[in-house]
Design a protein around this ligand. Structure first.
Ligand SMILES: Nc1ncnc2c1ncn2[C@@H]1O[C@H](COP(=O)(O)OP(=O)(O)O)[C@@H](O)[C@H]1O
Ligand SMILES: [Mg+2]
Length: 370
């Protein structure tokens, strides 16, 4: 695969890990799975023991931090006959999990439908190549399969991103495929039936906080096992994720730069404490309406690091960090601005006198919040 692509799919990014796991996998596998449920779990949660492959020691990195039992439940759901629905606030790694699960289970994470207000039933089922349709009439060759069709035919998982953004009647067209595991194509007459092969399943994701989402029918809900993915509870874990993810992004952007751990800690504290509405010292804070997710914190760090790299001679400054936090926080309402300001006058001020260091720079960068 081309090394110069912006975001390689998970199966490409972790190719060696997957090969090593496959080679050493002795656990029982559901039909058509590439790895056993045990190995899928190891792929996502990592292991301390390296696996040898062609004389090389491969370490399986931990990719998801948080609730380990959730991962097991997700994997077991996928081996059964109900779909998996991941719900939660934006930026809680639902998409990441769905990519990792599909890469490990069937080796393809790109068999995906992105739900939008413009998603139609054709995009869920199948459409036609019209030139071919006119020339040959309805036939298998003229049919353009959807990712769901492909999943059923090949016995692999189909990902449905942001399912609740699809109009309700389009969502409901999934019901028969999920319960009967069959897709009818009336245009093809008696040949027009696709039965799902073993290994087929669906992972859907839905953000609970997005505006403009459509209610999901109870009939469709019953076809899924729901799992809620929560924001990270532990501040030090969040620091670690922001650090690792920022390092990954900088490397992808071809920027050779060390991560400033103290800056990451301040950023993580700000996001964590505002999201939870309470500081580590126990002060109550007003929670902003904006999503203070780990993913947003990563993008603030990355932006600030890029500015430092291109404009400031390489050192990340708290001025840049605060400017970028503004961009992340002031998306929903102007009131969030005051909540952020409050954080500085209460928390940052106190820590600048108590701890000094970068907190002092951070506190003086409050001038950008106008
Ligand atoms: N619990 C977590 N473990 C590992 N990474 C996380 C976690 N929560 C958030 N992240 C980071 O934030 C990003 C969240 O992105 P994404 O999967 O797009 O979220 P969602 O689909 O829930 O909106 C991930 O790619 C990862 O870098
Ligand atoms: Mg997502």
């Amino acid at each position: 695969m081309n090394a110069k692509i912006i975001k390689p799919p998970a199966e490409e990014l972790y190719k060696k890990e997957l090969l090593a796991l496959e080679k050493h996998d002795k656990g029982p596998k559901p039909l058509n799975w590439r790895l056993s449920p045990k190995a899928v779990r190891t792929f996502i949660l990592g292991s301390d023991e390296p696996l040898e492959i062609e004389g090389e020691e491969i370490y399986i990195k931990k990719k998801f931090y948080g609730d380990d039992a959730l991962i097991e439940r997700c994997i077991v759901t996928l081996a059964g006959n109900r779909g998996l629905m991941l719900v939660g606030e934006p930026g809680t790694a639902k998409t990441m999990l769905s990519e990792l699960l599909t890469a490990a289970i069937c080796g393809i994470s790109t068999n995906t439908i992105q739900g939008t207000a413009g998603t139609t039933e054709d995009m869920i089922k199948y459409s036609w190549n019209y030139a071919m349709l006119l020339a040959k009439g309805p036939s298998k060759e003229a049919l353009v399969p959807s990712p769901l069709y492909t999943g059923m035919e090949n016995g692999i998982i189909t990902r449905l991103e942001e399912i609740t953004r699809c109009p309700s009647e389009v969502q409901d067209s999934l019901i028969s495929m999920l319960s009967d595991k069959v897709l009818n194509i009336p245009e093809l007459g008696k040949d027009g039936v696709v039965f799902a092969s073993p290994g087929f399943n669906v992972i859907a994701t839905a953000n609970i906080r997005d505006k403009g989402v459509n209610e999901m029918s109870s009939a469709l809900k019953r076809r899924f096992n729901f799992e809620t993915v929560f924001p990270i509870k532990d501040l030090s874990l969040e620091v670690e994720i922001i650090e690792n993810e920022s390092r990954k992004l900088l490397k992808q952007a071809d920027i050779d730069m060390e991560i400033d751990r103290d800056a990451v800690k301040i950023l993580a504290s700000t996001f964590h404490e505002l999201r939870e509405g309470i500081t580590v010292e126990g002060h109550r804070l007003d929670k902003p309406e904006a999503v203070m997710s780990t993913a947003e914190a990563v993008s603030v760090y990355f932006q600030s690091a890029m500015s430092a790299y291109y404009y400031d001679g390489g050192d990340i400054s708290m001025d840049r960090v605060v400017q970028n936090i503004l961009g992340a926080v002031i998306k929903e309402s102007r009131e969030d601005l005051n909540k952020l300001k409050n954080y500085f006058t209460i928390v940052a001020k106190q820590r600048s006198t108590k701890e000094g260091g970068l907190w002092t720079n951070y506190y003086s960068a409050k001038k950008w919040i106008k």
